[in-house]
Design a protein around this ligand. Structure first.
Ligand code: FAS
Ligand code: PHB
Length: 394
């Protein structure tokens, strides 16, 4: 079967779904090819924090209703070290902005429902998606769909297929420059239907490692603890997880942690990664296909949204006036914001995690504590963290 569309999109994660929905609102056709089923994509538990810019884009896409009903507005975070939790407010630091707690799973569901409502579901379980025609100026996607060949002839292709996707691999090797830092630890995450331990998130630098108290609603909590890369989820019973977490949050917070059966438990590796440029002729990258950040700064999903913001502007310009100026500027504009988030996420990860060189509480650990002491006593340092955490302007 052969289809023609204006924009061919690979991947129905937040980047692909949001791009397609915003293009639709502007009368631009797109087709999404997704290798997994809808249920598989919806079932992935990932991000939980939306910047104001991302919330605004979801409103613009017409999918913000449930987000405003169920999302939790947060005006600050806690930073805990040496057993004491210090609050860092956002509005108090003139950012005027807040963040919204609303799971990526919910964002994905809302966007998928919008696609279904307009009768334009992604092609789920599209196998072996391949990109061709980029050099010839005839960009084409090919795959196996329900056992039959499917060809999508496009004007533009956007790879929203994440870090392990096919689109970045389709760039000529002499065009792409990549930058990567892999962290020597991972995050063990647990989702449980228990009351969150605090109103706001708490980022905890404990002498044994990093821990994070987050949430999804007033009755559902999301917790993370730093773990070794070679550990497996099977080694972490619920009891061991809760015992470790309560110990790490110490006397002030630990006893208040409500425990219960985990409904999801997973280990995510941490890396900082950027691929430049984010465009080659009619092939564009958006979201994790082009960059990955350690989740410490809650930037991954929000960077996918800002890429989509810039790309949508360029595509609307191109399809409505023929001008390529927005598309020509896309990569530089997106990367400028990507690198600010890469820097912030790297900084915040280094400030809060246990690195091998400082396991014996040597110089590196003492420097972390010195910086944390300075941070919680300095208005300008708190303002800098706040403005990065709530999201810099697009
Ligand atoms: P995604 O990876 O979400 O989506 C890519 C889509 O493309 C997937 O549905 C995939 O199935 C599909 N795909 C891949 N290859 C394909 C192919 N060849 N053909 C067709 N389809 C293909 N961010 C935070 O801010 N906070 C967090 O706590 C957090 N936790 C995370 C935990 C994990 C395990 C991971 C992997 C990421 C986490 N992130 C977190 C980052 C995450 O939220 C991403 O930033 C976000 O999913 C980016 O969205 P997309 O760019 O759409 O990529
Ligand atoms: C989450 O709730 O999943 C979450 C929150 C903040 C982060 C990372 C993950 O920095």
């Amino acid at each position: 079967m052969t289809l023609k569309t204006q924009v061919g999109i690979i991947g129905s994660g937040p980047a692909g779904l949001l791009l397609s929905q915003l293009l639709h609102k502007q009368g631009i056709d797109s087709v999404i090819l997704e290798k997994h089923s809808r249920a598989h994509v919806e079932g992935r538990i990932r991000a939980g924090i939306l910047e104001q810019g991302t919330v605004d884009m979801l409103d613009e896409a017409g999918v913000g209703e449930r987000l405003h009903e169920e999302g939790l507005i947060h005006d600050g975070i806690g930073i805990q070290f040496n057993g004491v939790n210090h609050r860092i407010g956002f509005k108090a630091r003139d950012t005027g902005k807040t963040v919204t707690v609303y799971g990526q799973t919910e964002v994905t569901k809302d966007l998928m429902d919008a696609h279904a409502a307009r009768g334009q579901d992604p092609f789920y379980e599209a196998e072996d998606v391949r990109i061709s025609g980029i050099e010839a100026g005839t960009p084409t996607l090919k795959c196996l769909f329900q056992g039959k060949g499917l060809e999508v002839q496009c004007k533009i292709i956007v790879g929203c297929d994440g870090y392990h996707g096919v689109s970045r691999q389709s760039f000529p090797s002499d065009v792409l420059n990549t930058f990567e830092r892999v962290y020597p630890f991972g995050w063990l995450g647990v989702l449980a239907d228990v009351k969150p331990v605090s109103e706001e998130l708490i980022y905890n630098n404990h002498k044994n490692g990093f821990a994070l108290a987050s949430q999804r609603s007033a009755t559902r909590s999301r917790y993370y603890i730093q773990c070794e890369l070679n550990e497996s989820v099977e080694e972490w019973s619920d009891d061991r997880f809760w015992e470790t977490l309560i110990h790490m949050f110490g006397e002030e917070v630990g006893p208040k942690i409500e425990t219960g059966p985990s409904i999801e438990k997973s280990i995510a590796p941490l890396r900082s990664f950027v691929a430049e440029p984010m465009r080659y002729k009619s092939l564009f990258l958006a979201g994790d296909s082009a960059h990955v950040v350690p989740p410490t700064g809650a930037k991954g999903l929000n960077l996918a949204a800002s890429d989509v913001h810039y790309l949508t502007e360029g595509l609307v310009d191109y399809f409505s006036t023929g001008s390529t100026s927005g598309l020509d500027l896309y990569s530089d504009r997106a990367l400028a914001r990507v690198w600010t988030a890469i820097r912030f996420s790297w900084w915040f990860t280094h400030l809060t995690h246990r690195f091998p060189e400082n396991e014996t509480h040597g110089m590196a650990y003492k420097l972390q504590i010195a910086e944390l002491e300075y941070l919680v006593q300095s208005e300008s340092a708190k303002a800098s963290l706040a403005e990065n955490y709530v999201g810099l302007p697009f």
